[in-house]
Design a protein around this ligand. Structure first.
Ligand code: CP3
Length: 322
């Protein structure tokens, strides 16, 4: 799961070779290496391409930069006029380095190791574009969705089309599955979740399904609780990634009949390690291992995770799976 590299010394060394995080993402030589590092170290079953969800607003012409220690920053887009200035015409041209990275990673990966492409979901990308960065409650984005619904709907439409284009280009370059990260879906009440998260994800999955029916689409609407079942029921969603707050036994009953489940060890428990981690892993495997299942974390690897804990985890999952 995302931003995993930060716990690896070899990633931190590589990261120092790029002047900025976006330059890192747009330098295929470095991005290919960052994608391969965890696979080489841990012999994982799948790799995710090294990039970021914020390359889409960057490619649409919004100013995006990453500040050390404070995370991503963007010049906020708040009005209809500002949204109309976004330029979707040169998206895949500007994101060519990402597709070169996908092709480069595919060429280097062992044949049996799957390559996952990804994009942010429209709502999650929109929160960063409206808030100008990470925020705790997304009050600005939600307020705009209530006060100026047309403006936010227009932004979601632009982003839905951009995500489809970006995922299809990654598939053409060699991605064998794609994951849609709706990290802030949990901030939405039910009516807005339907409009700004579920519907756009359904449309993206349908359009990928028409163009590339063999490519599984994984949805990760983080923090949606019982509504995970609604995402699993969407046509075109092959798998749903669940966060660590979900009871895996509930997911086995409510999600697995409709879609494969990916998840959901608490990343902090991976950092902590020990018996508590082993027991949680066994619980997840017991609940979900009988159906279609991909073992994963409930969110990103935290930077102070000891690599030895990751090795212990993998051995346990593989041992139990055999
Ligand atoms: O694990 C991977 O390296 C796969 C590639 C990947 C990255 N970001 C690289 C990255 C993926 C799949 C993402 C997704 C992403 N990016 C999401 C969705 C998943 C989630 O976190 O819920 C989001 C919200 C982002 C936006 C973003 N990018 C944030 C909030 C941050 C953290 C900023 C910080 O200071 O901690 C980033 C930076 C980022 N993206 C890093 C990596 C490896 C860390 C940059 C670094 O310090 O080297």
């Amino acid at each position: 799961m995302r931003q995993a590299g930060r716990h690896l010394p070899e990633y931190c060394a590589l990261r120092r070779r790029a002047s900025s995080f976006l330059d890192f993402c747009y330098t295929p030589e470095l991005a290919v290496e960052a994608s391969l590092q965890p696979v080489r170290r841990y012999r994982l079953d799948a790799a995710i391409v090294f990039s970021d969800i914020l390359v889409i607003p960057d490619a649409l012409g919004q100013r995006v930069w990453f500040e050390q220690g404070t995370g991503p920053k963007l010049e906020p887009v708040l009005t209809g006029g500002e949204i109309d200035r976004l330029n979707p015409n040169r998206l895949t041209e500007r994101l060519q380095p990402v597709y070169e990275t996908v092709a480069g990673v595919r060429a280097e990966l062992p044949a049996g190791t799957a390559l996952i492409g990804f994009a942010g979901a429209p709502w999650t990308i929109a929160t960063y574009m409206i808030e100008g960065g990470t925020s705790r409650d997304h009050e600005r984005a939600r307020a705009l969705a209530y006060r100026a619904p047309r403006v936010v709907e227009r932004l979601i439409e632009i982003l839905t089309a951009a995500v489809v284009e970006h995922l299809l280009a990654q598939i053409r370059a060699g991605a064998e599955a794609v994951q849609i990260f709706d990290s802030w879906a949990g901030a939405l009440p039910a009516t807005l979740r339907e409009r700004h998260s579920l519907r756009p994800i359904a449309e993206i999955a349908a359009r990928i399904g028409e163009a590339c029916p063999e490519v599984p689409v994984i949805a990760f609407p983080r923090g949606v609780g019982g509504a995970y079942a609604d995402y699993a029921a969407l046509a075109g969603i092959a798998a749903v990634s669940i966060d660590q707050t979900v009871d895996p036994r509930w997911a086995a009953a409510a999600v697995q009949p409709h879609a494969a489940v990916q998840g959901n060890l608490d990343p902090v428990l991976l950092a902590a390690g020990g018996r508590a981690m082993d027991e949680a892993v066994d619980g997840i495997l017991a609940a979900l291992g009988g159906g279609p299942f991909v073992f994963n974390l409930g969110h990103g690897v935290v930077p102070d995770t000891p690599p030895a804990h990751v090795e212990t985890l993998i051995a346990r999952v593989k041992g139990n799976a055999a």
